[in-house]
Design a binder for this molecule. Structure first.
Ligand code: HGY
Ligand code: MN
Ligand code: MN
Length: 437
């Protein structure tokens, strides 16, 4: 096979061989080995970004990748890249992978599956004795979840737009730790890993991920071709009041911040219920009450809003409704309570290109046919992913496998081994074909 001029047949044959060398046992072991870092008694995983346990997991990934013959690099946002050289290293590589951080109470698969399946593709290529025209890089993005430090997808968004990193460094976690300090510690922990520039050219990107929703399981089809990712907006609302004694303060003389927050939250949930037909999704997930004492009237209550929809106009209308609700609640206690809202994160809907989706469909269909299924399901992602930033950087696509009960961001997150194998097989086909393109 001429090293620099691959024919269509070569690319397809190599893709099929890579797919056929994906090893189920090796994949399961790799997922289990990573899940041990932050393992919980309830079967979940707690490995928030740049915590000590995350740094231990990163070291494990570096050693695992080196054992597969990969070169390892890290960029200024501590994104880890595991590179399998191509025959022509002047060409931009094909990127796969996902994130290795988890929610505070996460599962074994969210993000981790895409990283370990990417490394399994490299192991399969090694087993098959295949060289590819382009290099293949598997990435472990920093802080996809955005739970410890907001916003989400810090690593991938800084990779494509490095100027964002300055502001990200000032983000703080619940203990007041700055992202910049945690980042510097993560970089110092890997002095043996060379630093890479950000915003490097990539030929294409494919991210494999669990669906985290119910669609594939209800369709009883183990593979999904992701058509795009819905739009997301995060806000922080702060309701101010006045701390006072719970026993001595008459109800009509209080500036109770919790009363404002609850009145506002009730309006927002009622709005979301009225908008159900639009598939608007509203979550008020993180609440901070000061001074959080049973017998002091709350002086301030802060809560986050996570609003999502495939139709951005719905989110625009939601923002107007939010302002109206705030004005309403301010009116209830006009003199004493103030309410502020701050935008934390916003991302327009993502649409993956047709040619990338077609290639993913080919890889999925070949894998499915081997287990008696016909073809993959096409679906939009309800969750956001690093691929939403890569989609603006290079041709990008995603592959999904089902989540049992549609559950994720929960210790009960689970996908059966046959589906995990199929996802890795579809990834191997797609990435190998792209790497020979
Ligand atoms: O929130 C999300 O959609 C992602 O799972 N972090
Ligand atoms: Mn994820
Ligand atoms: Mn997640």
């Amino acid at each position: 096979m001429n090293s620099l001029s691959f024919t269509e047949t070569d690319a397809t044959e190599s893709a099929a061989r890579a797919q056929d060398h994906v090893d189920d046992t090796r994949l399961q072991r790799a997922i289990a080995d990573l899940a041990a870092f932050g393992a919980r008694d309830d079967g979940g995983v707690s490995r928030q970004t740049l915590t000590a346990i995350d740094l231990e997991a990163r070291r494990h990934l570096i050693e695992h990748a080196r054992a597969l013959g990969c070169e390892v690099g890290i960029d200024a946002c501590a994104n880890l890249f595991f590179r399998r050289a191509g025959l022509d290293d002047t060409l931009p590589p094909v990127l796969t992978g996902s994130h290795a951080d988890t929610q505070p109470v996460g599962g074994k698969l969210d993000g981790a599956y895409g990283v370990m399946a990417g490394l399994e593709v490299i192991a399969a290529l090694n087993d098959a004795g295949l060289r590819t025209r382009r290099a293949i890089e598997v990435v472990a993005w920093t802080n996809e979840e955005g739970s410890r430090f907001g916003p989400g997808c810090m690593g991938s968004s800084a990779f494509v737009e490095p100027a964002r990193l300055t502001a990200f460094r000032t983000a703080t976690d619940g203990d007041g730790v700055r992202f910049g300090d945690a980042l510097d510690a993560a970089l110092a922990a890997v002095p043996d890993v060379p630093q890479l520039p950000m915003a490097r050219a990539m030929a294409s990107c494919v991210e494999l991920h669990i669906e985290q929703g119910p669609v594939l399981e209800r369709a009883n089809v183990p593979l999904g071709v992701v058509t795009g990712i819905q739009s997301v907006r995060w806000f922080r609302v702060t309701c101010m009041g006045q701390m006072a004694h719970a026993g001595t303060t008459p109800m009509d003389e209080r500036a109770d911040a919790m009363a404002s927050a609850v009145a506002l939250a009730q309006r927002l949930y009622a709005y979301a219920a009225a908008e159900a037909a639009t598939q608007l999704r509203l979550t008020l997930g993180r609440w901070l009450v000061a001074p959080n004492s049973v017998n002091t009237i709350p002086g301030s209550v802060t809560f986050t809003i996570d609003a999502r929809c495939v139709d951005e106009a719905v989110l625009d209308r939601f923002e107007l409704a939010l302002q109206t609700a705030i004005a309403d609640v301010r009116g209830l206690r006009a003199t004493r309570n103030d309410i502020t809202v701050e935008s934390l994160f916003r991302q327009a809907p993502t649409h993956f290109p047709a040619d990338m989706r077609a290639l993913v469909e080919t890889g999925c269909t070949r894998a499915l046919r081997q287990v008696g299924h016909d073809q993959p399901v096409r679906l939009t992602s309800g969750a956001f992913h690093d691929a939403m930033y890569l989609a603006g950087h290079c041709p990008t696509a995603m592959i999904f496998v089902p989540s049992r009960g549609g559950i994720s961001h929960n210790a009960a997150e689970y996908t059966d081994a046959p589906a995990l194998l199929l996802g890795a097989q579809a990834l191997a086909y797609t990435v190998t074909a792209l790497a020979n393109g």
